[in-house]
Design a protein around this ligand. Structure first.
Ligand SMILES: [Zn+2]
Length: 466
């Protein structure tokens, strides 16, 4: 490998040293290893040696070392970003490995950040890797994020998403945010180029709150662990995230314009929400991408709008309360004690023969149900049950039609409802009562407290709870 003497023309015809490669006054040459390692991407139009040097001088924080963070960090490391921080408080579990491909079977039990950095070191030892083996919190977020040029949100938790976005607004950091659940994923670049809080000049990029003012309803807030996720779907979103981050850093889109000669379009970013859906049940045309154009910064945004009162100090001291804002997945339904029973008490009553002819409704998804269920249970997934209830209300059908045909004619047989963790089942009891299935209190409709998780804990430790 020829030494980079500084006078060799680079691939785009400029000198091989760049006076201002990071647009922040840092000048540096590529050494032989770097030159050879990154040559294939440096010859791509638009990258060049300038772009490579900007990457080398950049600092990226990856929040989450899971299904998004693994592929995202691999491409960020491979591309030669100079400093890579990774934050995650979890340890590697076997159920992670189908999608979290930066870990390994022999590293189960290790902190995810340590496991992933081991993999990344093997891929490219040149970047500086900084592990944060704990979760991001309102107390530590600003101190950590302030040390980086760009943030990648690779989490699966709505409360953390809002926290990350708010801090990025206040610290003026570009944010590449992705999410994936079950068979779909989404990606958006936020806060890029960063503008001061309250600034509404044309072209100001939105923050996460501008695009998603409210968190998803608590009943739909499930993590990958609960709802399931396909590896290639989350992987695709992580790779796309890395692509966007590399583009921003190599083009210095995250920096303010340095000179009047900077082309004005460098700062223009049309916020676009990329949505990927993956139809597992269709053999033909199994994927689709859609790009939704999003608006710019919202005047009345809680975080970046002109009257925002959000501050770093406030966040640190619990204002706003992110957990409450996104409310943990608990039921809003307040059933009286006689309409609830523990899994152990239900089991005991059944064993004593006190529940002849009762109906046991299991409202989990059919995939969960197929892995195991309580003997005699019938499956009506919660989402389908809600749709049926709405149709009965709208079209005026018989309330008993909400039950499977074999159960609908059982008159006043008591109904017990079980779900995965005991949230949907409470709402189901409420819904069945609303439809009048309780016959004005004459028919018992009862929630099994804590769902199948409680069943495993209280009754059957061998139950395959997933
Ligand atoms: Zn905003």
């Amino acid at each position: 490998m020829e030494e980079d003497t500084g006078d060799r023309p680079s691939t785009n015809g400029t000198a091989s040293t760049v006076a201002n490669p990071t647009a922040n006054g840092c000048s540096r040459r590529l050494d032989d290893d770097e030159f050879e390692r990154y040559s294939r991407q440096m010859i791509v139009p638009g990258m060049g040696k300038e772009g490579q040097l900007r990457l080398i001088n950049s600092r990226v924080l990856i929040i989450g070392a899971g299904g998004l963070g693994c592929p995202a960090s691999m491409y960020i490391a491979g591309a030669g970003v100079g400093t890579i921080g990774i934050i995650d408080g979890d340890v590697v579990e076997i159920s992670n490995l189908h999608r979290q491909i930066g870990h390994a079977t022999f590293r189960i039990g290790l902190k995810k950040v340590d496991s992933l950095i081991q993999h990344l070191m093997g891929l490219n030892h040149l970047p500086k890797y900084i592990p944060y083996p704990f979760h991001l919190t309102p107390q530590n977020a600003a101190d950590i994020i302030s040390q980086y040029d760009l943030v990648m949100d690779c989490t699966d938790n709505p409360a953390t998403r809002y926290l990350i976005s708010d801090i990025c607004v206040l610290l003026r950091k570009p944010l590449v945010s992705a999410a994936s659940i079950q068979k779909s994923g989404q990606l958006i670049v936020l806060n890029c180029p960063p503008a001061p809080q309250g600034s509404l000049t044309p072209g100001c990029a939105p923050c996460y709150r501008c695009c998603f003012k409210k968190p998803p309803p608590p009943s739909s807030m499930v993590s990958c662990g609960e709802a399931g996720v396909m590896g290639p779907v989350v992987g695709m979103m992580g790779v796309a995230q890395a692509g966007e981050a590399i583009k921003i850093l190599a083009s210095a889109l995250h920096m303010p314009p340095q000179s009047p000669t900077d082309p004005p379009e460098r700062n223009l970013h049309q916020p676009t929400l990329l949505i990927y859906t993956y139809d597992l049940e269709s053999a033909v045309g199994p994927y689709s991408f859609r790009a939704l154009k999003m608006g710019g910064r919202k005047k009345n945004c809680f975080a970046c709008g002109e009257n925002s009162t959000l501050t770093l100090e406030g966040i640190k001291t619990g204002n706003p309360d992110y957990v409450q804002f996104c409310s943990a997945p608990t039921s809003n339904v307040n059933l009286p004690p006689e309409e609830r029973i523990t899994a152990a008490a239900y089991h005991a009553a059944k064993e004593r023969g006190e529940l002849p002819g009762h109906i046991l409704l299991d409202t989990r998804e059919k995939e969960h149900f197929s892995f195991g269920s309580i003997e005699g249970a019938v499956n009506v997934p919660f989402g389908k049950l809600l749709m049926k209830a709405a149709a009965i209300k709208r079209d005026g059908g018989a309330a008993s039609e909400i039950l499977p045909p074999a159960e609908s004619g059982k008159g006043d047989a008591p109904i017990f409802v079980v779900c995965r963790r005991g949230v949907d089942s409470q709402e189901t009891v409420e819904k069945l009562k609303e439809l009048g299935l309780d016959d004005q209190g004459k028919r018992k409709i009862v929630d099994i407290i804590g769902g199948m998780r409680a069943w495993k804990e209280e009754v059957d430790p061998s139950f395959p709870f997933i």
